[in-house]
Design a protein around this ligand. Structure first.
Ligand code: SF4
Length: 104
């Protein structure tokens, strides 16, 4: 992934498996207001460990519907919440297929 995550060459996980952010305790769902209507919002995800950064250092948020794509070979802050395969399978079934505006 072309961001400032700083992926080292060695894998951290004991099973040599990929790290899926959606299965990490630091991956948080947040609401961001839509520009045109005060009572609408979009869903975004953020890394509460501060790993997602833009090139100039600002925090980067990702659209919620893309959260299953956030994966790395290594993350020193990864704290899994359960078996990633089961979790990701269920998550993919429930994710929206595009960025959607929600009403409060
Ligand atoms: S701490 Fe690492 S694995 Fe967890 S959400 Fe942040 S970048 Fe992803």
């Amino acid at each position: 992934m072309a961001d400032s995550h700083g992926t080292p060459e060695n894998s951290n996980s004991k099973q040599n498996e990929k790290v899926y952010c959606a299965n990490c305790i630091h991956c948080k769902l947040v609401r961001t207001p839509s520009n045109n209507n005060g009572n609408q919002y979009y869903l975004r995800v953020r890394c509460s460990a501060g790993k997602w950064r833009k090139k100039l250092g600002e925090e980067k948020l990702y659209k919620y519907f893309t959260v299953a794509r956030r994966s790395y070979d290594y993350c020193d802050c990864y704290e899994p919440m359960g078996d990633p395969r089961d979790f990701l399978r269920d998550l993919k079934k429930s994710l929206p297929i595009k960025d959607e505006a929600y009403t409060q």
